[in-house]
Design a binder for this molecule. Structure first.
Ligand code: PLP
Length: 394
């Protein structure tokens, strides 16, 4: 049986290879930072979500080391059994205050926050409206909920409204609840959802509104994300964030009302049946929140780098739109071309991974650039120069 399984696996891998879709893991030899070493070579890191350069910040490492000495490395159980410590509740209070909500629930990752939360909000007999480019964890949460899922065209609030109107009109108006769910900053396109229009629509139709701020926290506005920057905190039923990107640590969270958070603690399966995060990770996130609040220049700097990358690379003739945060996609089209450009960039000392279908739609393979606050202007110039010499691969 084992031989047959291996044979099937190799056949699947060969198919991926033939379609230029096989992925390879590159092991990095140094901590996360504006430069890293790969195969003994120093390269500019341009594909990390460590937007503020905090993942290897000595202050986070020191906080984590202190917590490891005090609390150890494992929590031993789920929150509802014996894994909950005052560190967990302390970080939840801090995140709720940071986001301006009543309460917060921590999950082990942003992925688990989405997958656990959506099935609590909606189930069989309910309706979900979901942006076609939503993150995989939202898609998986929607599927697990067993609600009816209607996917609307990317960032098109008018289309979402038409779908909502026709889905709830006449005899079919049998849905118990409707949930509208979107990324705020989209992970592969770097653009911003029409949050105000979606919030107004939810208000008009009595729908719940869920927003995932994974790429906005620490980057948009004063670092509190796109919902806060738009003054929409009160209009969002459930806001999802991650501690694993700009906050340089690990974990996910949902902020919202006390009632919502209490319900999630009771019913979200990825909360109830998952071991609590360990102390060092919580302490690191707390240290990161201090830095976001005390060093706003980091937040400004990463966005400035993103804007400059986008405008300079567009000037070279590439398809790049203005970034809403710090995700800058250079859309190339074909998977084989984007792989060759990725190889070229690496030969020029720039690590930026090609992103191919099915992660992005067919024919929109891209190089996704993510600058960090800790990059220098010279680093950004080096990336632009590398693109200047890559056009022969298009
Ligand atoms: C990365 C990401 C997640 C998952 O967060 P993790 O903490 O990495 O599990 C969820 N949603 C979006 C939009 C993301 O980009």
């Amino acid at each position: 049986m084992r031989r047959e399984l291996d044979c099937d696996c190799r056949a699947e891998l060969a198919k991926l290879e033939a379609a230029d879709l096989r992925r390879h893991i590159v092991a990095i030899e140094t901590p996360s930072g504006p430069h890293v070493r790969i195969d003994g070579r120093d390269v500019v890191l341009m594909c990390s979500n460590d937007y503020l350069g905090l993942a290897a910040d000595p202050r986070l490492a020191a906080a984590a080391a202190r917590a490891a000495k005090q609390w150890g490395t494992g929590s031993g159980a789920s929150r509802l059994i014996s894994g909950a410590t005052v560190l967990h509740s302390g970080l939840e209070s801090r995140l709720a205050a940071f986001e301006g909500t009543q309460d917060c629930v921590l999950f082990s990752s942003g992925y688990l926050a989405n997958v656990g939360t959506i099935p609590v909000l909606v189930g069989r007999g309910d309706l979900i409206l979901s942006d076609e480019r939503n993150h995989a964890s939202i898609i998986d949460g929607c599927r697990l909920s067993r609600a009816e899922i209607k996917v609307y065209p990317h960032c098109d609030a008018d289309a979402a409204e038409s779908i909502l109107v026709s889905a709830t009109a006449g005899q079919h108006a049998a849905y118990r609840r409707t949930l509208v769910v979107t990324d705020s900053v989209f992970s592969m396109d770097g653009d911003l959802a029409p949050l105000q229009k979606l919030a107004d629509m939810c208000d008009r139709y009595g729908a719940w509104f869920m927003v995932d701020e994974a790429h906005a926290t620490g980057v948009v506005g004063d670092g509190r994300g796109a919902v806060h920057a738009a003054g929409l905190t009160g209009a969002v039923s459930a806001l999802v964030g991650t501690c694993s990107k700009a906050l340089g640590s690990l974990g996910g969270y949902v902020v919202g009302s006390r009632a919502l958070c209490d319900l999630l603690r009771n019913k979200a399966r990825t909360f109830v049946f998952d071991t609590a995060l360990p102390g060092p990770v919580l302490a690191a996130t707390l240290a990161a929140l201090d830095i976001v609040e005390s060093e706003p220049e980091r937040v400004r700097r990463v966005r400035e780098h993103a804007r400059r990358l986008a405008s300079s690379i567009r000037t070279l003739g590439y398809d790049v739109s203005d970034p809403a945060a710090a995700v800058v996609p250079v859309v190339v089209g074909a998977s084989d071309q984007v792989v060759r450009i990725g190889d070229h960039l690496l030969s020029q000392g720039v690590l930026a991974r090609p992103i191919r279908p099915p992660t992005v739609p067919e024919c929109t393979a891209r190089i996704r650039l993510c600058p960090m606050a800790t990059h220098t202007d010279d680093d950004i110039d080096k990336v632009v120069d590398a693109f200047a010499h890559a056009s022969r691969y298009c």
